[in-house]
Design a protein around this ligand. Structure first.
Ligand code: ATP
Ligand code: MTE
Length: 226
């Protein structure tokens, strides 16, 4: 399923932009949402947050799947290697229950582990719920070894299943005066995507300031140097 961004305020990408368009995979992992017991809230919450935070044109590719390890692995591989997503966000299946296997599936398809994302998500989430430590969320890079095509790499990150946790972990926590109390993990995503060869991502700093070293900043108005 492909969903173009629908924000009318953003201009439609031209042909050059389309060739290097940022592609984000969104995967909701939930037995009950995928079987229709309840309506999926994960993908809508991810889309809503990304549409408010990212000012670079992008499109999303969405998947709603059950908590089945083989299905999760196949979905992540397809989104990384065939769809050529630059970023894949999963939601759900990170807890301790028997059916929670999203971290195992993610680690199985990764070529590099990125432990800082999981560590920071648990730190942030402790500001919201004491059960944050129950989330075993991980992040990895999957580097394509397909020699027939240009090298490609994808950052894959697990978020918890509660739809409200999506904003909490990506954006972090601000106090009443708007000061950042806990940095959201998305602040580090644009520079990570730069480093793995993806498109330059700009964000709305009122939602999420993208941090890059000074030497990596192309548009000084859009990002804050370290
Ligand atoms: N995709 C989703 N859409 C809407 N709400 C969800 C979704 N995933 C989880 N939730 C909510 O968060 C709660 C805890 O999520 P958790 O991932 O632990 O669910 P679960 O018990 O593993 O069940 P399932 O995999 O069937 O969603 C759920 O009981 C539900 O209220
Ligand atoms: N930010 C945030 N993190 C959170 C939560 C939350 O509500 N907000 N819920 C916690 C709970 S209750 C659980 S069980 C774990 C795992 O959730 P999952 O199995 O839905 O991925 O995430 C934890 N992390």
């Amino acid at each position: 399923m492909t969903t173009a961004t629908t924000d009318a305020a953003k201009p439609a990408p031209g042909p050059d932009e389309l060739a290097n368009l940022l592609v984000i995979g969104l995967v909701s992992v939930s037995d009950r949402a995928s079987s229709g017991v309840y309506q999926d809230g994960g993908i809508p919450a991810l889309e809503e947050w990304l549409n408010g935070a990212i000012t670079t044109p992008f499109r999303v590719e969405t998947r709603l799947i059950p908590d089945d390890r083989a299905t999760i692995e196949a979905t992540l591989v397809e989104l990384a290697d065939t769809v050529k997503c630059h970023l894949v966000l999963t939601t759900g299946g990170t807890g301790p229950a028997r059916r929670d296997v999203t971290p195992e599936a993610t680690l199985a398809v990764g070529t590099k582990e990125m432990p800082g994302f999981g560590e920071q998500m648990r730190q942030i989430s402790l500001h919201f719920v004491p059960t944050a430590i129950l989330s075993r969320q991980v992040a990895v890079i999957r580097e394509s070894d397909d020699r027939a095509t240009a090298p490609h790499a994808t950052l894959i990150m697990n978020l918890p299943g509660q739809p409200k946790s999506i904003r909490e972990t990506l954006e972090g926590l601000k106090d009443d005066a708007g000061n950042q109390v806990a940095a959201g993990i998305f602040a580090a995503v644009p520079y990570c995507i730069d480093l793995i060869g993806g498109p330059y991502i700009e964000t709305d700093s009122a939602v999420c300031k993208a941090f890059r070293p000074k030497s990596a900043i192309r548009n000084r108005a859009a990002a804050t140097p370290l």
